[in-house]
Design a protein around this ligand. Structure first.
Ligand code: G6P
Length: 606
């Protein structure tokens, strides 16, 4: 995820910024840059790749200014390269930005007409030009005017050559914290970047802005009303903060899901018309209406997301779908007919099997759409068009937040295609309204983490586990079993609940925990029967049920509830308790949760 740091005062700003950026490295990034102001003007240095590249590119004898802003970038718009790295400059303005400016395309057209020239592919550069356009000797006022016309999310830090002792920061939907020092003041998106220098901080709230000068800070709303803020003392150490106070990155990433799901659909839904716009899908209306078959290619957790997509796309967009293990597809001479669309799913965008399967599909004439998290990854570059899932860097090897973002995007693609065939505007609107509620519902499930931990304690020493689900929850059973295997090394299998009687039922005894996903949907009555079959054989039942359920709850040893939602979006909720259960079991067993044995985050070998 992108990171911001800023400093204004009486010491060399560049070295403070570089140290600050290093403390943000753990968040993941693909490029970095700084802008330094001094009475002689402004120096901007940006580099692709690691901070050490940036450090090497700085002419340390020349960069002497005491005011500056810095950034680590995790690409969202435009490839990860030097040009797209922040700070972005528009004449005397320099800007770093976290978030997404949703109306950047329209603003860019407008600004181009009045003579602004753009060098990068980023939405951020548009905001820099907008501020420059409004500038009339007062940076604070120019930022206020510019933020009045942008739509989207931002945490920003801005400087102007004519006001060399000033940084202006503002936030809406993307965090910013002010560090209060003596003769030195700081700004950052994450306290990790500044806590070496001060532990006195003020967290900005959405809609607030700050002016930092060596002699002091001033916080107002973006519309210039006064606000009173309290200074807080940081009591944690750096290590804790990098994991956001969580014990492991995996837990942090599980808890980020309300935000990451929102980031995946932000700016992409047209709730009123029940439709979806996905900028990266370069198919015209005719092509969208003439997709005859979809093949989803993926590995691991991404393959499970693809299986959820199969249920959604077939039922709601009425397109036949096959989900293929990429490793199998590439070697078995697959049939690709005209009208075949391949969705290539990969968090990293680098998984070799998936990449080669995509190349094979292209060779055979399929239209290929990459669905990846890492901007500028090989799959993102080589696919003809693509959609980024915007989950932010995933550091834990076992994928969690990328999965829910992938499912969100597959839901959006389903609505996009559905609306061009069978789906009514009214139904599309309902689905999107429900999606907007999902982050809050996910939070309700996360709030049960302590209760799930208690269940985990009971089963931490078991050696086998069975996961059952039907319909759209069958792939969730597979994903739950995979999570447990990956990080706790307990043998676990996922099955469609009705398949249990064709084999796995032989395994059921009092030592066999069975995790049943039994939400209120069309197959609920059937799954009650499956649970009774487990009960009759003394299996231990942990059920995931919809709030208010009694029938399954009465048959279960442990019950975890999830809020009611449309069947369409249920997987976004039902997977959360399974992630938490696997996590807590692995912690009880003392395993290395973030880096489980034998596994890699991106598998770039066959
Ligand atoms: C590895 C990871 C899994 C991941 C799979 C596919 O096996 O350990 O967590 O699901 O690769 O990765 P991708 O980046 O293509 O989604």
């Amino acid at each position: 995820m992108c990171g911001i740091v800023g400093v204004v005062g009486n010491s060399n700003a560049a070295s403070i910024l570089i140290e600050g950026l290093k403390h943000l490295e753990y968040r993941g990034y693909d490029s970095a840059g700084i802008a330094i102001l001094s009475p002689d003007g402004q120096q901007i240095v940006k580099e692709k790749g690691k901070i050490r590249n940036l450090e090497a590119a700085i002419d340390w004898d020349a960069v002497k200014g005491t005011c500056g802003i810095g950034h680590t970038r995790w690409a969202t718009h435009g490839a990860p390269n030097q040009l797209n790295a922040h700070p972005h400059q528009a004449d005397k303005v320099a800007l770093v930005h976290n978030g997404i400016i949703e109306n950047h395309t329209a603003l860019k057209v407008q600004l181009s007409k009045s003579g602004h020239k753009f060098l990068s592919d980023t939405d951020t550069e548009v905001l820099a030009h907008l501020i420059e356009d409004f500038y009339d000797g007062d940076l604070v006022h120019a930022v206020q005017l510019a933020l009045g016309v942008v739509e989207g999310a931002f945490g920003i830090a801005v400087t102007h050559v004519d006001e060399p002792d000033l940084i202006v920061g503002a936030r809406k939907g993307s965090p910013l914290v002010v560090g209060v020092g003596e003769g030195m003041n700081y700004l950052a998106s994450d306290v990790a970047a500044i806590m070496e220098h001060t532990r006195q901080v003020i967290y900005l709230d959405d809609g607030e802005m700050v002016t930092l000068r060596p002699e002091g800070i001033n916080i107002t709303t973006i519309s210039n009303e006064e606000v009173k803020k309290e200074i807080q003392e940081i009591t944690w150490d750096l290590g804790q903060i990098q994991k956001g106070g969580y014990e492991h990155f995996m837990l942090k990433e599980i808890f980020e899901q309300p935000q990451t799901i929102r980031d995946s659909f932000r700016g992409r839904i047209l709730t009123d018309s029940g439709d979806v716009k996905l900028g990266g899908i370069e198919l015209n209306e005719w092509e969208l209406r003439n997709i005859r078959r979809i093949v989803i290619l993926a590995c691991g957790t991404s393959w499970h997301a693809g299986l959820v997509g199969e249920y959604l796309l077939e039922e709601y967009a009425r397109v036949p779908v096959e989900v293929e293990y990429a490793s199998e597809f590439r070697y078995r001479s697959p049939i690709i007919e005209p009208g075949t669309l391949c969705l290539v799913m990969s968090q990293s965008g680098e998984t070799l099997d998936t990449l080669e399967a995509m190349r094979e599909a292209k060779r055979k004439g399929a239209k290929v759409l990459g669905i990846t998290n890492v901007v500028g990854s090989t799959i993102a570059r080589e696919s003809e068009c693509g959609v980024y899932i915007h989950a932010g860097p995933e550091i834990g090897v076992a994928s969690t937040k990328a999965f829910t973002s992938q499912v969100t995007i597959l839901g959006l693609i389903t609505i996009l295609l559905g609306r061009r065939s069978h789906l009514s505007a009214e139904r599309g609107t309902e689905m999107l309204q429900e999606l907007e509620k999902l982050p809050a519902l996910v939070q309700k499930v996360l709030d049960q983490s302590d209760a799930i931990k208690e269940i985990a304690k009971v089963y931490a020493n078991h050696t086998n586990c069975l996961y059952l689900g039907r319909g759209v929850n069958f792939p969730i059973a597979l994903e739950g079993a995979l999570k447990l295997k990956e990080i706790s090394y307990i043998h676990a299998e996922g099955y469609p609940a009705a398949e249990m009687k064709h084999g796995p039922i032989a395994l059921i005894d009092p030592q066999m925990p069975v995790i049943v996903i039994a939400t209120r949907d069309g197959s609920y009555e059937k799954i009650v029967g499956n649970v009774q079959e487990v009960r009759a054989r003394d299996g231990k039942i942990i059920s995931i049920v919809t709030e208010g359920d009694t029938a399954i709850a009465e048959l279960s040893d442990h019950v975890i509830t999830i809020p009611a939602t449309m069947n369409f979006w249920t997987p976004l909720l039902s997977v959360i308790p399974l992630q938490l259960l696997a996590y807590h079991i692995a912690v009880f067993r003392g395993e290395d949760v973030d880096q489980p044995r034998n596994l890699a985050k991106a598998v770039t070998v066959e």
